[in-house]
Design a protein around this ligand. Structure first.
Ligand code: NAD
Length: 487
């Protein structure tokens, strides 16, 4: 199986190679096979990408917002037409089953281009401020060259969720995908050019944790949008702050799902499974601490165990497969390490806990795992695992569960399952998170803002709110009379 792109980088509307860069091997997680060899960007490639973006941004920003919007809508249309091919590539890049990628990856990227392409014609309007005789007006203007840095769990979606609002607002983007999943973003760059974007408006360069800092600190870069872990976020935000650059930080989480005793139990189990097992648990907003009211704990666990053990794990290219491997050997080792810690610290293993014996070969498969009797102080209840490991914790009382749910440095997401709507709103009001769900979980359509609070980051992706993070206000005061001075 091969997925070798024409070259490692896509700059100024064409593929570019520089074999002096460190080799990045793209590995298909279901087999461990190397499917492509690419090179990290050298300083020369970084300069080329940023210079091209800087040039292109001037022209792109001079287009009317509606004209930019037409390009983005065209890109959405191309992505939808090529959904199968892009989804297959996403499956090779990440190991996620085609059953998921076909509905969740290129499609959500296309949604983003379509949404921002649609709203931008009216979203860049400013205001007029009367001041007696004088008056002022504001303009919303792009920032310039912006850098996007991606994580490996949603490579195509992240490339689009950052690219669409950035480009809509009139910026040019240099995007660096994760070194673990280097393939998908190159296709997004190709499609934007095919849709009519000027060359250089969206460049993709490869690289790792050595390359990222060179982009962040480049003097011609106005803003950095990172999707990644909290430790990386601290480094990137720190480096950006030292040059007073704008930042958006989409970081990790350890989000709570609270299931009250009046909840529809099957619906709550669906929410908890979606929020722990989708994408083999590699989703930042996952609700990995599931607080279940003691009165329904036994029923909840029995049904959850049965449904978890029925998950079909296997070949991600088989449409019937519901769960693929983890993205890498290293990530699976990390998750297996957490599972061992859970056992050692006294949590009850309900199901899973190891490598499935139903799948053969060298892939990085792991069993969906549920721990019960998890207590707040256990490592598995405190640290982001980023794998299919659900922790079920018991609770009795509303005030107690809110305090415990909030007792974390993270604040990305939260969910509540209950039939009592006043309780639902009262509880979400007190939960400290950026994105919350009532009686569902992990749905992130492009129309709603997405992002975290506390250590999970700041800034918002999606919705019109994202445009504020890719533009700034320019204020013009218009003096209508003679300029007076006291001296
Ligand atoms: P990571 O932090 O290891 O890497 C993220 C990206 O940052 C990669 O492209 C990496 O090359 C780059 N990078 C690393 N060090 C850098 C530095 N010093 N300067 C600049 N760039 C640097 O994260 P990961 O392992 O790829 O992804 C998993 C993490 O991402 C999890 O913590 C997860 O919760 C988080 N995540 C968050 C969201 C969100 O929207 N909030 C979405 C997906 C994933």
């Amino acid at each position: 199986m091969k997925a070798q792109p024409q070259a490692s980088h896509y700059i100024d509307g064409e593929y570019v190679e520089d074999t002096d860069g460190t080799v990045i091997e793209s590995i298909y997680p279901a087999t461990g096979e190397v499917i492509a060899r690419l090179h990290a960007a050298t300083p020369a490639i970084i300069e080329k990408a940023i210079a091209s973006a800087k040039r292109a941004q001037k022209e792109w920003a001079s287009w009317s917002p509606a004209a930019r919007g037409r390009v983005l809508k065209k890109a959405a249309e191309i992505m939808r037409t090529r959904n199968r091919e892009l989804s297959e590539l996403e499956t090779l890049d990440t190991g996620k089953p085609i059953q998921e990628t076909i509905v969740a990856d290129p499609t959500s990227g296309a949604d983003s281009f379509e949404f921002f392409g649609g709203i931008i014609a009216t979203a860049m309007n400013g205001s007029q401020i009367p001041l007696g005789g004088d008056w002022a007006y504001t303009k919303r203007v792009p920032l310039g060259v912006v850098v996007g840095i991606g994580a490996w769990n949603y490579p195509q979606q992240i490339a689009c969720w950052k690219g669409a609002p950035a480009l809509a607002a009139g910026n040019a983007m240099v995007f660096k995908p994760s070194e673990v999943t280097p393939l998908g973003a190159l296709k997004i760059a190709e499609i934007l050019i095919e849709a009519g974007a000027p060359k250089g408006v969206y460049n993709v360069i490869q690289g790792d944790r050595e390359t990222g800092p060179l982009l962040v600190s480049h003097p011609d870069v106005a803003k950095v949008s990172l999707t990644g872990s909290v430790p990386t976020g601290r480094k990137v935000a720190g480096a950006a702050a030292s040059q007073l650059k704008h930042v958006t930080m989409e970081l990790g989480g350890k989000s709570p799902i609270v299931v009250f005793d009046d909840a529809d139990i099957d619906s709550a189990i669906s929410g908890a499974m979606l929020g722990n097992f989708y994408s083999t648990g590699q989703v930042c907003s996952n609700g990995t601490r599931v607080f279940v009211h003691k009165a329904i704990k036994e029923t909840f666990l029995a049904r959850l165990k049965a449904r978890t053990e029925a998950i079909l794990i296997g070949d991600p290219q088989d449409e019937a497969t519901q769960m693929g491997p983890m993205v890498s050997y290293a990530q699976r080792e990390k998750v297996l390490g957490y599972i061992e810690k859970g056992k050692a610290e006294g949590a009850t293993l309900v199901t899973g806990g190891g490598i499935p014996n139903t799948v053969s070969g060298e892939g990085y498969f792991i069993q969906p795992t549920v721990f019960a009797d998890v207590t707040d102080d256990m490592t598995i209840a405190r640290e982001e695992i980023f794998g299919p490991v659900m922790c079920v914790l018991d609770f009795d009382d509303e005030a107690e569960v809110i305090a415990r749910a909030n007792a974390t440095e993270f604040g990305l997401s939260a969910g509540v399952f209950t039939a009592d709507f006043s309780r639902a709103h009262r509880v979400v009001d007190q939960l400290e998170a950026g994105t919350l769900w009532i009686n569902t979980y992990n749905l992130c359509p492009v129309e709603i803002p997405f992002g975290g609070s506390k250590q999970s980051g700041f800034g918002r992706e999606n919705s019109a709110a994202a445009l504020e993070h890719y533009s700034e206000l320019k204020t013009v005061y218009v003096g209508m009379g003679k300029c007076e001075a006291p001296y």
